[in-house]
Design a protein around this ligand. Structure first.
Ligand code: AMP
Ligand code: GLY
Length: 400
């Protein structure tokens, strides 16, 4: 379910499994259409999906975005006996409600940003509910704090004020079966629209994996101290989490802290993580959905870098109907081009959204992957296309 770059990457990886007989997407996108069959069913249309799964003998449903999770689509399909990789709406409150997440983390003893009794700079103001990334205000000046409090109040939810944490951010994904969890390789995301991390937050302008300083041992320790206690606490509360638990972590000088949990794969981190996997993702997701996540799924030694190509006015506005050139040339160079906001018109590929394409390349290190990804980006063009030129640049400087 879903239609973005994350879902294209998931479909691409799932289709590689020997156990994948048929791949269907609801609604999918033109990239996914080259891997399986796309159906005009909205990802939140529980009734439509239920009927579709029944009619097509679907053995495993994989939910991409958060909207169908929140809408209860996972619960609806699961009640009908379909194996679903994606949490119940109850368990997904770990993403949907900041206060619920804080309560769970406190009860589970998971290190997170401290809640502050009063709003005083520096601090972070968060609106409680899901706000599509727009509910978090990082405030280092009084003017930013005044504006943040005003903007958060305008969203109408209750507020959480917390300490401002500093350090490198890491996205760590865990595949969960309700009781156990296995980690995927860590990745880093670039949230701001402009080079040097300036401008408004976006859904994500690029990503890379692995992350310097977060090797297998560190990943395992983060899984044990962050994800597993939360999983145990959710199960204790009667809401076992089955799906992808995404820890947004800050590696501070005082140790790692959780910034947030999400109840789904991250976009565009997934596009950099999945090409590095050396196991069968379908088997892992099916195992998790049916109660046994198994022993884990490793990553190869290569690095991956993903550059998002967005519409000229993203994130304020998207673009539709503009012809896109050069995707085949980028692919011919060995890059993976995952579609996010594209459509086919008169047989040609055109823009259809905010984030348009993801260009992913792998290489023996971050430097090699980065050079290959940007060379492939250079092959693609449409009027006004925007992308960041510094994705993974800092990591390259750190590890070469
Ligand atoms: P969230 O939706 O809670 O992940 O917040 C979105 C982004 O805001 C994060 O990815 C961070 O870049 C930033 N952020 C959130 N909480 C904090 C915090 N306590 N300290 C510093 N930055 C934060
Ligand atoms: N890449 C950030 C997110 O998926 O929320």
């Amino acid at each position: 379910m879903g239609s973005g770059g994350r879902e294209h990457a998931l479909a691409w990886k799932l289709a590689q499994s020997d156990r994948c007989e048929e791949l269907h997407a609801a609604p999918g996108n033109p990239g996914i259409a080259s891997l399986g069959r796309c159906h005009p069913i909205h990802a939140e249309d529980g009734e439509g999906l239920l009927a579709f799964c029944g009619n097509n003998d679907i053995d495993l449903a994989v939910i991409g975005p958060d909207a169908p999770v929140v809408a209860g689509v996972g619960d609806q399909l699961r009640h009908a006996g379909i194996a679903v990789f994606g949490p119940s709406a109850d368990a997904a409150r770990i993403e949907g409600s900041k206060t619920f997440a804080k309560d769970v983390m406190d009860a589970a003893g998971v290190p997170t940003a401290e809640r502050l009794p009063v709003a005083r700079v520096p601090c972070v103001v968060k609106a409680d509910g899901l706000a599509a990334g727009k509910g978090v205000f990082v405030c280092t000046t009084q003017a930013e704090l005044d504006e943040g409090l005003r903007a958060a109040a305008a969203l109408g939810d209750s507020l959480v004020i917390e300490e401002l944490l500093e350090g490198e951010e890491v996205s760590l994904f865990a595949i969960c079966d309700g009781r156990n969890a296995v980690a995927l390789a860590p990745a880093q995301d670039f949230k701001r629209v402009g080079d040097g991390d300036v401008g408004p937050n976006t859904g994500g302008m690029g990503s890379y994996s692995p992350v310097p300083g977060v090797g297998d041992a560190e990943t395992q320790e983060l899984l044990e101290t962050m994800h597993k206690p939360v999983l145990a606490e959710l199960a204790r509360r009667g809401s076992p989490f089955v799906g992808l638990l995404y820890g947004g972590l800050m590696l501070t000088p005082d140790g790692p802290r959780v910034l947030e949990f999400n109840a789904r794969f991250g976009d565009p981190e997934t596009q950099s993580i999945l090409p590095r996997l050396d196991g069968d993702l379908l088997e892992a997701l099916h195992g998790a959905a049916t109660g046994d996540v198994g022993d884990g799924i490793g990553a190869g030694p290569d690095a991956a870098v993903t550059v998002v190509i967005a519409a000229p006015d993203y994130p304020q506005a998207g673009d539709t109907g503009t012809p896109i050139e050069g995707v085949e040339n980028a692919e011919a160079d060995g890059a993976l081009v995952f579609h996010a906001g594209t459509a086919v018109r008169d047989g040609g590929l055109v823009t259809n959204g905010g984030r348009i394409l993801n260009v992913t390349a792998t290489g023996k290190d971050v430097s090699g992957a980065r050079a290959k990804a940007y060379a492939a980006v250079d092959k693609i063009s449409f009027p006004g296309m925007r992308y960041r030129t510094d994705i993974a640049a800092r990591a390259e400087a750190r590890v070469g």
